[in-house]
Each structure stands twice: as structure tokens, then as C-alpha cells.
Write a protein that binds this ligand. Structure first.
Ligand code: FAD
Ligand code: NAP
Length: 528
């Protein structure tokens, strides 16, 4: 019998792991990649005359915010000897190693942008694309996996005077290096990871950097490392899933206060740490305290004399550049919008900004009413995206092979999306960047439970003994845990988990952390 053909659109982290999963599960993947390279936004791309608006690319200095153990694909650990946090070149190199190990390149067609996909009467998909010679081609596939990322279309705010402001205005999408801003007076708008990162980077080279926070407050800012050398995401051990929310918030507040210092006066966060996507930038508050970054509230008006007025009435003169680090719009130009956002009627139930980025997909993967298409990586995980895409791809091929216990009807999917949206809106403050927000581990538990690969504690203890049980419950929360069991289990998983945790002797880190947090809490209670 001939294999089912799957069109995979995009060869970034999500596309690569989808190809691998299709191969593992006996599908025939064909991956279309618009650019001439793989790795997606982790492959640095220069902006020049030939390529003035690349799909998406990290800027020169980006270091990943998620530790190597947490960002690892589930059956291919980032080399043990590599540093905890990888520079973008190393991330791209890791993807190359993954591609080589599983021989993915023969399944990728580079320089082949997909222009349009449409479903046919027989539920197969027509994929219209340009081939390497820029000729229009059509091909029929049984399934489609959309892996094009969601950091492509800049979101811009609307301010009075934007059209006539004589200074330079740009989105962080087009930012590449600090040296372009030597001696400039720069206003960075937005305090997500791009805004924080760019303002810190510029603070050493621009004549003055201002960071504009539209809510008038800064987010909670986390350090990369705690206790000197522990990646902060290592504290997200499985045991955290059992902690009440107030404890998690307290722990984050204590860590923040000790590791990055107090927020500037008037800019203290109003929301709780778990109510927003985390911002990781150890040096940001330090730079604020040195005066090289000055925080401002939202902009009221941009003026023709290069000045900017803010909502508190203050005015900044002689601004050379405004960098809008204001996030991205979720858009797929080769696909009907309604497939992703559920249509106008659903959208009307949400306020405008949220609606613009609304995603109406079951488990962030399947549109309820359109068959044989899946979205991979269309999620903003608190954790790392690579393992999330990896497990989503496993879930999709399991579903298409009929191996999930139950595939819900469109009505049930719809109800589940609605429930999930209610949860998101209860848990996170309303913002365009929170429409696809999820906690990596709760989400992956949900998917792997259905696939039979959830590393339940009793099962780990009984199968692998107390040492590995300790690592899974209290140790580094590597997603390799999700390869211990099930039909897609990997025989190297237990060894990899043990190696990442520094050997087979489980140390009761949790006891040490609890005592440390409790003492810190007592100290801080007197000072905050
Ligand atoms: C500055 C920045 C820093 C980040 N840092 C982190 C981090 O620290 N940790 C983390 O987990 N995540 C981080 N992310 C999130 C990031 O999105 C993921 O890490 C991951 O790279 C997304 O992979 P992807 O394959 O889904 O999308 P992308 O990497 O965007 O890849 C999509 C691919 O699809 C291709 N494509 C697009 N349209 C078409 C088309 N029509 N036809 C064919 N091909 C097409 C593109 O050319 C591209 O190669 C960061 C994002 C940004 C913007
Ligand atoms: N590894 C790294 O070092 C690194 C570096 C950069 C980015 N990233 C990742 O890349 C992704 C994108 O990050 P991002 O920072 O570019 O975007 P983002 O997370 O969407 O943050 C956008 C910021 O802009 C603000 N904003 C949105 N609309 C605005 C408006 N109309 N006016 C004023 N402010 C507005 C948002 O405020 P509200 O909160 O009020 O909505 C938020 O502070 C994230 O996943 C991030 O983690 C990682």
C-alpha cells in the first residue's frame, strides 16, 4: 500500500520535528521551505537589498531563554557538554545535527514557498507552491502540517503623529545589531523579551534608551540563572505541577527580588508573575538603576519636531529612533483566515486586540471543522517550543493513524476550545500575545496522557526505580521524560535524564529549595 503523503509547510524547528515524526510513523513527508535554508528564525538572516523583509530571524546576539535540557527534542538531547543556554548559532547547529541524525534533508524542498492550500471534495489538500525555478506547481496531499511559525507579521501600535514623525520608526522584527544605533536617542516600545533584550543591548551604545510600557508598569523580570549557576527553568520540576498558584507566585517574586533587584518606583508590576508571559532579562533592572535605561508610560503623541509626549504629560525631545517591540500578528497568507480563527461570529465574542490574534484550534492543533490539517508550533509555551512541536507532531500522526483512544467530534472540539479560552483569560491578562498561551508541562501532560506516554510518577517508580523517579519529580524538567513510555518511547531516555541530572544519585534538591525560599521569604517580607 502506498504511504499517505503529508505536506509540511516550513522547515524551522516545528517543520523539522514534524518530518521526523512522519517518517517514524510511516507517512511520506514533503517539506516546503520558502527560504534557501532550514532552521527557521534561528538561522540568522541579514536584511539587505536582496532580502529586505525576511520571514523572521533572531538578531545577532540572541541567546535562547530556555536551558538546553528544556529545549531539547524529546529523543535527541542537546549535547551534555554544551553550555546551559545556547547562543543562536548553537541552536541552529543543534537543528543541523538533528536533521543529519534522522536524515531529514532529502525530504525538504528549499526555495519553495507555498502560496495557497485548499481542501478538495475528497478531503485531500491541494498545495500550490513555487518551485526552485519560480514556476507555479500544484500537488495533492492526504494531509497538511502547517509549521510556519507566528513571528512573521509585525504588530504595530497606533499613535497620533506616527505618519509625520521625522525620526526613524521600525519594528523589532527588523532589528539586527546595536552598532546601528551608536549615539542615538532611542525609545523602545514594549516590554516583552524583545523590548527588554534590545533596550539592554542598546543601553551600552545609544546616547540614551527609554523603555515605554503601555500599561504604565513593567512585567515581572526573571533572571536566566539562580543561585549563580542554576538555569531558572530547572526549578520547574514536575513537583511544581502540584503547587498551588499562590506558592508559585511567591517563589517567583522571591527569586526576582533576590536575583534581579527591585523594580523602579512607579513601575512595579500590577499583575501576578504567572499572569503574563515571562520576561527573562537579568540585566534590565540593573541598567535602569544605572540610568542608561529610563522607563516611560504609554505614548500619547509623536510630534513633528522629533519630540514624544507621554500619557503622564512628560515630553522627550530629540528622539532619533523608535523601535516597536510590540509583538506579532498571527497570520497565514496561504490559508483562509476562518480555518484558524473560527470565523467572525466567534471573534465577535472577544475584544478587538485579542480577536486579532485569536486562534480557534483544538489543542492549538486541529481546526474543528476542517479535516486532515494540523498546526504545529502555533502556541506560546511557558517553556520551550521545540519539544512542544515535537510532541504535537507525535500527537498528530497518532491521530491520523487512528491510535488515539477517542477523536472528539467538531462540537466537542469547539467546546474544548471554548473551555481552554476561558482558562487562558482567567489566568493571563488580556493581550494579543496571550491568545495562544500555555504552560508547557500541563499542556504536554494533556497530549501524552492520550498517547499513553505520560510519565506518571507511580509508573516511573515501578519501572525505573527511585533514582529516576527522583529525577522526574524533583530534577531538571527535561521533556525527554515524555519518551520513557508508550509506543514512541526511546530506549536512551532514562540514561539521558540521568545524565542531565548529573548522575544516578538523586539529591533532594526540593528540600534545599524549600528551606532557601522560606528563609528568603522571611527576609523579604521585612524589606518589600
Ligand atoms: C527573537 C525571538 C527569540 C525567541 N526565543 C525563544 C526561546 O528562547 N525559547 C523558545 O522556546 N522559543 C523562542 N522563540 C520562539 C520561536 O518561535 C521558536 O523557538 C521556534 O523557533 C519556532 O519555530 P517554528 O518552526 O515554529 O517557526 P519558524 O522558526 O518561524 O520557522 C518557520 C519556517 O517556515 C517557513 N515558511 C513560512 N511561510 C512559508 C510558506 N508560505 N511556504 C514555505 N515555507 C514557509 C519560514 O521560511 C521558516 O523557515 C523566539 C522567537 C523570537 C522571535
Ligand atoms: N530568547 C530571547 O532572548 C528572546 C528575545 C526576544 C524575543 N523572544 C521571544 O520572542 C517572542 C516574541 O517576543 P516579543 O517581545 O517580540 O513580543 P511579545 O512577547 O508579544 O511582547 C510584546 C510587547 O509589546 C507590548 N505591546 C503590544 N501591543 C502594544 C501596543 N499597541 N502599544 C504598546 N505596547 C504594545 C506588549 O504589552 P502587553 O503585555 O501589554 O500586551 C508586550 O510588552 C516571545 O516568544 C519571546 O519570548 C525571546
Amino acid at each position: 500500500m502506498s504511504k499517505h503523503r503529508v505536506a509540511i509547510i516550513g522547515a524551522g524547528a516545528s517543520g523539522l520535528t514534524s518530518i521526523k515524526q512522519c517518517l517514524d510513523d510511516g507517512f511520506e513527508p514533503v517539506c516546503f521551505e520558502a527560504s534557501g535554508q532550514t532552521g527557521g528564525l534561528w538561522r540568522y538572516t541579514e536584511i539587505d537589498d536582496k532580502n529586505h523583509d525576511p520571514h523572521s530571524s533572531i538578531y545577532k546576539t540572541v541567546i535562547i531563554n530556555t536551558s538546553k535540557e528544556v529545549m531539547s527534542f524529546t529523543d535527541f538531547p542537546v549535547p551534555y557538554e554544551w553550555p546551559s543556554y545556547l547562543h543562536n548559532k548553537a541552536v541552529a547547529m543543534y537543528f543541523d545535527m538533528y536533521m543529519e541524525k534522522f536524515n531529514l534533508l532529502p525530504h525538504i524542498r528549499l526555495n519553495s514557498p507555498v502560496q495557497r492550500i485548499s481542501i478538495r471534495d475528497n478531503n485531500k489538500w491541494n498545495v500550490k507552491y513555487l518551485n526552485e525555478n519560480k514556476e507555479e506547481c500544484d500537488e495533492i496531499f492526504d494531509y497538511v502540517m502547517v509549521c510556519t511559525g507566528h513571528h512573521r507579521y509585525p504588530r504595530l501600535p497606533k499613535y497620533e503623529g506616527m505618519d509625520t514623525f521625522p525620526g526613524k520608526q521600525m519594528h523589532s522584527h527588523f532589528y539586527r545589531r546595536a552598532s546601528d544605533f551608536d549615539n542615538k536617542r532611542v525609545v523602545v516600545v514594549g516590554c516583552g523579551n524583545s523590548g527588554m533584550d534590545i533596550s539592554v543591548e542598546l543601553s551600552g551604545i545609544a546616547s540614551q534608551v527609554y523603555l515605554c510600557a503601555r500599561r504604565g508598569t513593567l512585567p515581572w523580570i526573571l533572571p536566566r540563572l539562580v543561585f549563580g549557576n542554576t538555569p531558572i527553568d530547572h526549578l520547574q520540576s514536575r513537583i511544581n505541577l502540584y503547587l498551588p498558584l499562590f506558592m508559585k507566585n511567591l517563589i517567583i517574586k522571591i527569586i526576582t527580588r533576590i536575583s534581579v533587584g527591585p523594580h523602579p518606583k512607579g513601575f512595579k508590576p500590577k499583575s501576578k508573575p504567572t499572569e503574563g508571559h515571562p520576561t527573562v532579562k537579568t540585566e534590565f533592572l540593573e541598567r535602569v538603576h544605572t540610568g542608561t535605561i529610563i522607563c516611560k508610560p504609554n505614548i500619547k503623541e509623536l510630534r513633528q519636531d522629533n519630540s514624544i509626549e507621554f500619557v503622564d504629560g512628560s515630553v522627550l525631545e530629540d528622539i532619533d529612533v523608535i523601535i516597536y517591540a510590540t509583538g506579532y500578528n498571527i497570520k497565514f497568507e496561504f490559508l483562509d483566515k476562518e480555518i484558524v480563527n473560527g470565523g467572525k461570529e466567534i471573534g465577535q465574542q472577544f475584544e478587538e486586540e485579542y480577536r486579532e490574534n485569536l486562534v480557534w484550534l483544538y489543542k492549538y492543533i486541529f481546526p474543528p471543522n476542517v479535516p486532515n490539517i494540523a498546526f504545529i508550533g502555533l502556541i506560546q509555551a511557558i517553556g520551550a517550543l521545540m519539544p512542544v512541536s515535537d510532541i504535537q507532531a507525535q500527537y498528530v500522526t497518532s491521530c491520523w493513524k487512528g491510535l488515539l483512544p477517542k477523536i472528539p467530534s467538531p462540537v466537542e472540539m469547539d467546546a474544548d476550545i471554548r473551555r481552554n479560552q476561558r482558562e487562558i483569560r482567567k489566568h493571563f491578562y488580556s493581550s494579543a500575545r496571550h491568545t495562544i498561551q500555555a504552560d508547557m508541562y500541563s499542556y504536554l501532560d494533556e497530549l501524552t496522557k492520550e498517547m499513553g506516554s505520560l510519565p506518571s510518577l507511580a509508573r516511573v517508580l515501578m519501572t525505573f526505580g527511585p533514582s529516576l523517579w527522583g529525577h522526574v519529580l524533583f530534577g531538571i524538567p527535561t521533556p525527554i521524560h515524555y519518551r520513557l513510555f508508550g509506543r514512541l518511547s526511546w530506549k536512551g531516555a532514562s540514561e539521558a535524564i540521568t545524565k542531565y541530572n548529573g548522575g544516578p544519585n538523586y539529591k533532594p534538591a526540593i528540600v534545599i529549595f524549600c528551606v532557601a525560599f522560606y528563609i528568603s521569604y522571611l527576609i523579604i517580607k521585612r524589606t518589600i
